[in-house]
Every structure is written in structure tokens, then in C-alpha cells.
Design a protein. Structure first.
Length: 166
């Protein structure tokens, strides 16, 4: 089971690298999910088609469990990948402070460097690219997808008792 789950994950990861080398998808998170799901579907079709030799063919429960491992690792990777896809505002700020060296970065200089084009504009572009909002006549408007994401996050925060946050 572990070998099958890790093997499927490695296969999906290699497909991910191949696709990214050929052409970087516009909606990277969606593409990752399609690659991981497609890997599972292809393996399932091979399994049901009885293509695997008898000595290495997993049992039904083993194959199902390996699929759960693949799904778990895929979700962990997709969440982690979002940190690689674009620099988070916190990462940008830490990088700016790190570049200042041991003497530190004066607050005024930090605020001067950390303008909208560094911290806000890239996030807004990501929201539009991922179709969570749209820009119409100079105004950002949440889409159905954006509203759903916001409701999910707010529900989760209420459930955890963390408040609205920021």
C-alpha cells in the first residue's frame, strides 16, 4: 500500500514537472489537482483492466488505501505549492528585513518599500486569475467562487473560534 501510494504520488509529481517544463498553466492549483486526480484515474483504469501482473497487483483495499494516501499527499502538496507559486506578503516583508542585515530596517523605510505594488497588487492579480473576483470598471467584485471561498474560511474560523483575523 505504501509503495503504491508513494509511487502514484511520485508519478503525479513527475507529470507536474513535465507539464510545467512544457508550459506553465495559467491556473496552477487547478492544473495540479487535475494531474493528481488524473494519475489516480489512470491507475484505477489499469487496475480494473487487470493490467498489473499477479505478483504486484494490489488488492482492492490496498489500492483504495493507496488512493487515500495519494489524495492526502496531493492536498498537502497543493497547499504547500501555493507558497512557492507566489511570495506571500509575510515572506516579502521578511525578505525586505533580511536584506537590511543586522542593523535592521527602519520602520519608515520599510513602509516606503512595502507599497501596494509589492504587497497588495500581486494578491489582487491572483484573485482575478483564479476567478475569485473580477475587475469591472475599476472595481473588484467577488465571484460566486470567491464568495464560496470566503464563506468556507469564515465558517472554519468561527468553528475554531479564531475571529475574523486578517
Amino acid at each position: 500500500m505504501l509503495c503504491w501510494g508513494l509511487g502514484l504520488t511520485l508519478t503525479a509529481f513527475l507529470l507536474h514537472l513535465l507539464v510545467w517544463r512544457v508550459r506553465l498553466p495559467g491556473r496552477q492549483t487547478r492544473a495540479l489537482l487535475v494531474i493528481f486526480a488524473g494519475t489516480w484515474v489512470a491507475a484505477a483504469l489499469l487496475w480494473w483492466g487487470d493490467v498489473f501482473p499477479a505478483g504486484i497487483r494490489p488488492s482492492g483495499p490496498e489500492f483504495s488505501t493507496s488512493g487515500m494516501l495519494l489524495a492526502s499527499l496531493a492536498m498537502a502538496y497543493v497547499i504547500t505549492y501555493s507558497a512557492l507559486e507566489a511570495d506571500s506578503p509575510s515572506l516579502v516583508m521578511v525578505g525586505m528585513i533580511q536584506k537590511a542585515g543586522p542593523e535592521g530596517l527602519p520602520r519608515e523605510k520599510f513602509l516606503e518599500m512595502a507599497g501596494n505594488e509589492v504587497l497588495i497588487d500581486p494578491r489582487l492579480r491572483d484573485l482575478v486569475l483564479n476567478r475569485q473576483c473580477r475587475l469591472e470598471e475599476g472595481k473588484y467584485i467577488l465571484t460566486f467562487k470567491g464568495i464560496g471561498m470566503l464563506r468556507l474560511i469564515m465558517f472554519w474560523r468561527r468553528l475554531l473560534g479564531t475571529g475574523k483575523g486578517g
